[in-house]
Structures are given as structure tokens and as C-alpha cells.
Design a protein around this ligand. Sequence first.
Ligand SMILES: Nc1ncnc2c1ncn2[C@@H]1O[C@H](COP(=O)(O)OP(=O)(O)OP(=O)(O)O)[C@@H](O)[C@H]1O
Ligand code: NI
Length: 319
Amino acid sequence: MKMNNIIEISDLTVSFKGEGYLLTAVDNLSLSVIHGETLAIIGESGSGKSVLGLAILRLLPDTAAISGSIIFQTQDILTLSEGMMEKIRGGKIAWIPQNPKLGFNPSMKIWKQVSEPIVLHTDSSWSEAKKQAIRLLRQYSIVPPEKWAEEYPVAYSGGMLQRAMLAMGTSTIPSVLIADEPTKGIDAINKKDVIEMFNTQKERGITQIIITHDLDFASEVADRIAVMYCGQIVELTSVERFFTTPLHPYSVGLVNSLPQRGLSPIPGTSPAMHEKQAGCRFKSRCSLCSRVCSEEIPLFPVGYDNVRCIQYHNRNWAW
Ligand SMILES: Nc1ncnc2c1ncn2[C@@H]1O[C@H](COP(=O)(O)OP(=O)(O)OP(=O)(O)O)[C@@H](O)[C@H]1O
Ligand code: NI
């Protein structure tokens, strides 16, 4: 484990057995998360982003077959006991689920839910934790917090629930926060707040992994971007390089489909996840594809240009 890494994922594979097929949602994926960074994981629907996040928290159902390793600080998360995992979950690694409604218990007051991780993971009493919860709600613009603390989730709007979820997720100052689609269903005005919150969390030293479809949001909060396609990372790069010089043809397609770049969509659709692919997975949609792309599996070199593309690495033209 390199000193400045907080999480090192090696050869992680997650698959689900269907009737007569095996769906590999995350395919031999390796990724290091650097202490204190905000890493955005982007890629289209079904590419394995949430499964990756859930694997780190060990929240996948028993039907998932998992191999590889996920080293967090010094321990392999995949080999820890459930008891150890409960201490990590919500304490050292917080998870903000995709749908904040599902993250709250509908029959418990908000203050109690925001306080719960504090009581479980520190030696605060419930009354101290409640005070802390009210401070957090205020910090996340839920005002007046004393009133909203006494409400049940049903009284909250979607944006407020999302903010309350962030207050709850960061109440014990986790080392790592993993958020799944934090801007989903949030309007432009509230999105500014969400951006500010993630940037505040970054200043508090929290390492963040943000799963998102929202490239504008990623550009505002992320330090690095990991682009996923069909269960694999196809490019890992800094946020600046991603938006100025994307290298993988899929990344180029994503950047060109932004409104400010003329909204040109990537042709075609991604292959079905349960179909075994020969060669490059992006080949059917790629304008640079040649025979070699159907025959060879592009590797993911770890170095300056983390790009999973044979054409890129064989380039003899200006890329
Ligand atoms: N519990 C499960 N059982 C079977 N298949 C699953 C399960 N969870 C996810 N999958 C499959 O794994 C693949 C990856 O799913 P995942 O939810 O990680 O995609 P995603 O990138 O998060 O997509 P989205 O952007 O739509 O949230 C999909 O094909 C999905 O159908
Ligand atoms: Ni998802």
C-alpha cells in the first residue's frame, strides 16, 4: 500500500448469476484512491458504478460473487468479519445512497437518525448527539434546524432529504464518503449548495468517491475522474485533463456530448453486460476501431496515461 493511498482496489470482480449466464458488473478492476482527494466515477447507466461503491461498503447481496481485494488503510475489507464491517460502515466509511428516501427510516424523527451514527461510533450521549445533529442540520441549510429536527422524513423535500443525508453521513467525520448520484433530482439552485457541501467536506479532509452521471457537477467537485464502461475503468485522469484532453474514445464522446460542446451523442448503445466480449468493449461504437480492437483485449496501463485503448497506445497519428 502506497503511503498516500487510503483505498487500494486490486483485481476486483463482482458477478451475478442469471439463468444460463453470468453478469460481470465489475470486471477485474484496480483503482487506488488517494488520501483527501475527491474522485468522481462516471459512466453510463449499468456500467457498474453503484456495484463498485456497494462492494467497498460490503453492501452487496449474497447473490454477488466477489473476488479480488479492497484494502482500506491496512485491512482487506473483503475478508473482515461482519462485526468489524459494521464499525467501518457509517463510522470510517460513509455511504450516501442514490435515493435519499430509501436511506431514511420513515418512522423515525430526523434528529434521531442524524444522531444515531454519533451515538454508535463515538461516546456521546443521545442528548449531546442531538445538539450535534441540530448543528449539522443548520450547517447543511436546514433551517430552523430545531423545528426540522423534530419532523419525520415525509415532511422533507427531495433536496432537503439529500442534505439531511449528507449531514447524517458526515456526522462522525468519516475518513471516506461514498455518494451515489448526489445531484439526482436536485434542481439548479440546490445543486449549488450540494457542490458547496462536497467542497466543504473536502476541506474537512474527507476523501470522497462520488458516483455521478452529472459531468458539470464532477467538474465542480472532483480532483480526478475515473471513467467506467461495461464494468471496467477505461480512463483515469485529472479533472482538468478530462475536460481539455480526454484520451479514451469513450471519454472523448462523453465530453463532446456536453451542451457546451454541441451535444453530439455517442452513437449506439453499450453491449449487454452478460454477453462475453472479445477485444475492446467499446469497439462497436468507436470511430477509431480497427481489426486489432476485436482481437486484443486493451490493458489498463498504470502510469501517466491511464487509458484502456489499443489505438491510443499504438498511436502513430496526432491523438
Ligand atoms: N443485485 C443485483 N443482481 C443482479 N444484477 C445486478 C445487481 N445489482 C446490479 N446488477 C447489474 O450490474 C450491472 C451494473 O449495475 P450498477 O447498478 O452498478 O450500474 P450503474 O453504473 O450504477 O448504473 P446507474 O447509472 O443506472 O445507476 C447492471 O447490469 C445491473 O443490472
Ligand atoms: Ni448506479
